[in-house]
Design a protein around this ligand. Structure first.
Ligand SMILES: *Cc1c(COP(=O)(O)O)cnc(C)c1O
Length: 217
């Protein structure tokens, strides 16, 4: 393995939405035993496989999650980490010795309430997955190739039109997706899954835009 001072991987990945398998994560932890491996599972509730089952086996593995995505509580600043006693102790030592972003009581109470309301959580996730499926179908119908996503967004590229052109046209219509002017991904759009209504409106505009761009050239 490559020498490193620690490995941080978002799984599922952003902005692709692609997941690594448990086997891949295991190989990573095994091959980098002198490094801390952080698996950022911000999107794991939307698909993908958690690495949680590996924390007893690997003392160097830390699994972190947030309440900002699948629990719809962005802004509350609640997240958590799971790992070996040694790793958790190291984090607590830092927490108690410098004034880091500790959780306040209302945030803790709201986090607990969220965890208790498992029905709401599951229903929301299944809605998003269903809307994601419809969105992928709509995008493919409009000529996009969509990467297989385990997240609450999809990463897509069009077979004829430039991502940047589509991005600009969407922006004119006050629909905002993410475009990254970076090597390898500069012909992709990251589209966050909203409500069914929002995604229908989005797909309608996508159909208009792709038709319009086709006529332009
Ligand atoms: C959103 C996100 C987080 C955490 O966000 P917070 O709001 O700071 O909890 C971490 N990793 C990834 C990849 C994310 O997308």
């Amino acid at each position: 393995m490559v020498p490193n001072g620690g490995v941080v991987i978002a799984n599922p990945n952003a902005p692709t939405g692609i997941s690594l398998s448990l086997k891949d994560i295991k190989a990573l932890a095994e091959g980098n035993q002198n490094s801390v491996i952080i698996i950022d599972e911000a999107y794991v509730d939307f698909g993908g496989e958690s690495a949680l089952s590996l924390i007893n086996e690997f003392d160097n593995l830390l699994v972190v999650r947030t309440f900002s995505k699948s629990r719809s509580l962005a802004g509350l600043r609640v997240g958590y980490a799971m790992g070996s006693k040694a790793l958790i102790k190291a984090m607590n030592d830092v927490k108690f010795s410098i004034n880091s972003y500790t959780l306040n009581a209302p945030a803790i109470n709201m986090g607990v309430a969220s965890v208790k309301d498992d029905g709401y959580f599951r229903e929301n996730i299944s809605k998003i997955k269903e809307t994601r499926k419809k969105t992928v179908e709509g995008l493919e119908f409009a000529g996009f190739k969509v990467l297989s996503s385990d997240a609450n967004f999809v990463f897509a590229t069009h077979n004829r039109h430039k991502a940047k052109d589509i991005f600009e046209e969407l922006k004119k219509r006050k629909i905002y997706v993410r475009y990254f002017a970076k090597e390898r991904i500069d012909n992709y759009l990251r589209i966050t899954i909203g409500t069914d209504e929002e995604m229908s409106a989005f797909l309608k505009q996508i159909r208009n835009i792709t038709e319009e761009l086709s006529m332009r050239f």
